[in-house]
Design a protein around this ligand. Structure first.
Ligand SMILES: Nc1ncnc2c1ncn2[C@@H]1O[C@H](COP(=O)(O)OP(=O)(O)OP(=O)(O)O)[C@@H](O)[C@H]1O
Length: 235
């Protein structure tokens, strides 16, 4: 579903990703871990197509040219709550925006779309806030709204960059249950996280990064806090 072959990327003089080789199968939940600055966010930006690698090949849906398939990809970037808090948009409108890539800009939302928005807001325990202005919600609630926006289109590939930062443990559990539900529907999920417990329990693949390189990749249930410490704290 996702394949990176010898991918390198950098900002001006600085090389941030070096010869990345990675294959993520359909329906897998792949987590990306590593210290601050190791290149995790950059890697997911390359997977989404926001950053173009200067070397190597990125294949999604088995194709190098996946422009047609872009509407099947949803991305929840890091620190989404840093958007302009004064922007006059409601929670429900924000979530509906997640349908725009599929519907196109000029189509009106219909009854079915509003039902989808209600359903996902209920699942994320946000239904009561649906008519509020987004900027009036707490940071954690806003984070969940952006997760709802990513999920409403039922993407085939879902990419999340540290989605649990700033959300409470109940919301964290709701999120992980939703991710498992998506995975059972064969959605491919890539998640940058520092949450070792989630990685241990939910990941099919754990990509461990350092200094722009993949140090190792663990399969399902192979990862443990002990191994994590061995990789990152012993050099
Ligand atoms: N827009 C940019 N311009 C220049 N350098 C950048 C830019 N974005 C990231 N970098 C650099 O690329 C490197 C990798 O950053 P990246 O954000 O991918 O790391 P990360 O592993 O996601 O870190 P964190 O855990 O802190 O989110 C860092 O050295 C960072 O300073």
């Amino acid at each position: 579903m996702i394949e990176l072959i010898d991918v390198s990327f950098g900002f001006e003089e600085k090389i941030v990703l070096k010869d990345i080789n990675l294959k993520i199968e359909k329906g897998e939940l792949c987590t990306i871990v590593g210290p601050n600055g190791s290149g995790k966010s950059t890697l997911v930006h390359v997977i989404t197509g926001i950053y173009k690698p200067y070397k190597g090949i990125v294949k999604l849906f088995g194709r190098e040219d996946y422009r047609e398939q872009r509407r099947k990809i949803s991305f929840v970037p890091q620190k989404v709550s840093s958007f302009n808090q004064l922007f006059p948009i409601s929670v429900k409108e924000t979530v509906l925006l997640g349908l725009v890539p599929q519907k196109g800009f000029f189509k009106r939302f219909n009854k079915e779309d509003f039902k989808k928005a209600d359903d996902i807001l209920k699942k994320l325990d946000l239904y009561e806030t649906k008519d509020k202005q987004l900027g009036k919600l707490s940071g954690g609630q806003q984070q969940r709204v952006f997760i709802a926006r990513a999920l409403i289109s039922e993407p085939e590939i879902l990419i999340l960059d540290e989605p649990t930062v700033g959300i409470d443990s109940k919301s964290e559990e709701i999120l992980y249950n939703l991710l498992l539900e998506q995975k059972n529907n064969n959605t491919t999920i890539v998640m940058v996280t520092h949450d070792i417990f989630a990685i241990k329990d939910y990941a099919d693949k754990v990509v461990c990064m350092k200094d722009g390189e993949i140090l190792t990749i663990f399969g399902a249930k192979e990862f443990s806090a002990k191994k994590y410490k061995q990789i990152y704290l012993t050099d």
